[in-house]
Design a protein around this ligand. Structure first.
Ligand SMILES: Nc1ncnc2c1ncn2[C@@H]1O[C@H](COP(=O)(O)OP(=O)(O)OP(=O)(O)O)[C@@H](O)[C@H]1O
Ligand SMILES: [Mg+2]
Length: 357
């Protein structure tokens, strides 16, 4: 749906050009919820402005629905921009207009719809975001979550193919964040609209997205299904973001080398395995004891996961590891904490080279 090929963007600085994005390759499929995560200054908003064609890249190509749009101009550019809805962190509502007239605004701008048609479309959009009874209020009379619902209804007004959300929940409290993310997922399911979620919070990605790209200092340093990136972060920037989301679970990655014996393993249970009593059974069968050094449990979207670092001791450790793998548990031997070097060069889960203890 949206494809970026080797996109670079630099800005003129006092001492020459400053690079904000460096050869970004991204491919966002139709109908998916794609997350882009990075810390402040990573280049997220710059990327958004390139996707919605508000700015042109210094290098590379942008494709929307298979069409090269890097040089689009005039009416074609306006049409493309209408096919990409935007949701902003600070809502950007017009304070003098009512809720209904804020949502009507983009429809009025097109000059394509009659008054009755706009009224009817706005009523449907407000019902979709649960704001029908607030249609005649002004933005100042709404809570943050309600304002963002207006922002979402307005972004959907021109029936976009892509909804771009730049830190759409960053100004909201955790409960309201959850409700807005649920609404976005419902819109994605009901309308099939492709959603690109830009955030600095791993929790937003974990709850909402199918795939994610991690951007750090203008480069994509890691991308893949959320389950892979969240449970097996490789790049230090990703590790940092995971740790921020789960201060305790993050210690999974931070256990010191002295605590890690040669029989220390990281076990990842996903899907139905997250609820099965696999570890105890396999320990008994192989006459092995285990100490849990760190752990985290939770959900990635609806899918449960459990991940532990355990130190194994006893009779048949190799047998226990083989048994865990045969039961569908992902087992990674922990040689020590990941360094930048090993994080970047080690292959992704599934391709990982494992030594038998
Ligand atoms: N118009 C501009 N002129 C000069 N430099 C810019 C411009 N826009 C962005 N930059 C620089 O590009 C880099 C990326 O900025 P960007 O706003 O994309 O980051 P971000 O990931 O959105 O950060 P945040 O999470 O704080 O919003 C920063 O170093 C920023 O200073
Ligand atoms: Mg930004």
């Amino acid at each position: 749906m949206v494809r970026l090929e080797s996109i670079s963007k630099s800005f003129a600085g006092k001492d020459g050009p400053v690079s904000a994005l460096d050869r970004i390759d991204l491919s966002i499929a139709k109908g998916e919820i794609f997350g882009i995560i990075g810390s402040s200054g990573a280049g997220k908003s710059t990327l958004v402005r390139l996707i919605n064609l508000l700015e042109r890249p210094t290098g590379g190509e942008v494709f929307v629905a298979g069409e090269r749009v890097t040089d689009a101009r005039g009416e074609r550019l306006r049409e493309l921009r209408r096919s990409i809805g935007m949701v902003f962190q600070h809502f950007n509502l017009l304070s003098a207009r009512t809720v209904a007239r804020n949502v009507a605004y983009p429809l009025e701008l097109t000059g394509r719809y009659g008054k009755d048609e706009i009224t009817e479309k706005v009523a449907r959009l407000l019902a979709r975001v649960g704001l029908s009874e607030h249609a005649h209020k002004h933005p100042r009379e709404l809570s943050g979550g309600q304002k963002q619902r207006v922002g979402i209804a307005r972004a959907l007004a021109c029936e976009p193919q892509v909804l771009l959300c730049d830190e759409a929940t960053s100004a909201l409290d955790p409960q309201t964040t959850g409700a807005v993310l649920d609404l976005l997922r419902q819109i994605n399911r009901d309308l099939g609209v492709t959603i690109v979620l830009i955030t600095h919070e791993m929790d937003v990605i974990r709850r909402t997205c199918d795939r994610v790209a991690v951007i750090d200092r203008g480069r994509v340093v890691e991308q893949g299904p959320v389950t892979d990136v969240f449970l097996h972060p490789r790049h230090p920037a990703t590790l940092r973001l995971v740790r921020e989301a789960e201060p305790d679970g993050g210690s999974l990655e931070a256990i010191s080398a002295s605590e890690l014996g040669s029989s220390t393993v990281r076990l990842t249970f996903t899907g139905p395995n997250a609820h099965r009593p696999i570890l105890g059974r396999i320990a008994r069968e192989n006459v092995v004891d285990y100490a849990i050094l760190a752990g985290r449990v939770g959900h990635i979207r609806e899918a449960p996961y459990a991940q532990f670092i355990v130190s194994l001791s006893g009779r048949d450790i190799a047998g226990a590891i083989a048994g865990l793998r045969a039961s569908g548990v992902d087992v990674e031997l922990q040689g020590g904490p990941q360094t930048e070097q090993t994080a970047v060069t080690s292959p992704r889960v599934g391709e990982r080279a494992l030594h038998v203890v």
